[in-house]
Design a protein around this ligand. Structure first.
Ligand code: GTP
Ligand code: MG
Length: 169
């Protein structure tokens, strides 16, 4: 698999997407620092929100094959400046997350990602599994065995154990 680094503001769904891609049960976990999970580099939203910390993201992007910029479909604004994708030395894809959520405005999120310079854009719900297969297919390399054998398997609704709202920790 190509290694992907996920970037986006806090609560856009990076950690949940990483769990959904791996077929794990969804459990809320606030990302505190940059984590490598096999082929996914999960980053804290604060790193994208804070100029000084953003440099860590730039550095870590060199360890990835692909950069994924995430925008939650319910977000009222976008962090990514126009054409920021051209600063990357890696291909940059856009990922619209939480497309199942109430009030999701997918075309608006997509337009922000296009403005940021993303040509390939994916649309996902880590809860329902929609769009997960397309991302796995994009990341797949010859000889890879995916956690799922088919689109139907990959896009089954996930078991959501805890969310930010009901997380007791
Ligand atoms: N409805 C819906 N909620 C989601 C989805 N993905 C994530 N969430 C919820 O959104 C909240 C934040 O998700 P996280 O994956 O922790 O967000 P994050 O981008 O990793 O946040 P930080 O670690 O703070 O940077 C959690 O309560 C998730 O359960 C989705 O596809 N649909
Ligand atoms: Mg996280």
């Amino acid at each position: 698999m190509k290694k992907i680094i996920l970037m986006g503001r806090s609560e856009c769904g990076k950690t949940t997407l990483q769990q959904a891609l791996k077929g794990d049960t969804i459990k809320y976990h606030k990302t505190q620092y940059i984590n490598h999970y096999d082929v996914v580099i999960d980053t804290p939203g604060e790193y994208a929100e804070t100029n000084r910390l953003g440099r860590a993201l730039a550095l870590y992007s060199y360890e990835a094959d692909v950069v994924g910029l995430l925008v939650n479909a319910t977000e009222p604004y976008c962090l990514f400046p126009p054409n920021c994708a051209c600063q990357s030395t890696r291909p940059v894809i856009g990922i619209v997350t939480q497309i199942d959520a109430e009030g999701a405005d997918v075309p608006l999120a997509e337009s922000w990602l296009r403005l940021a310079g993303c040509e390939d854009i994916f649309y996902v719900s880590s809860y329902t599994g929609e769009g997960i297969w397309e991302i796995l297919e994009y990341l797949r390399e010859p000889g890879d065995v995916l956690p799922w054998d088919s689109k139907e398997e990959a896009e089954k609704p996930r078991n959501v154990l805890t969310t930010k709202a009901n997380n007791s920790k």
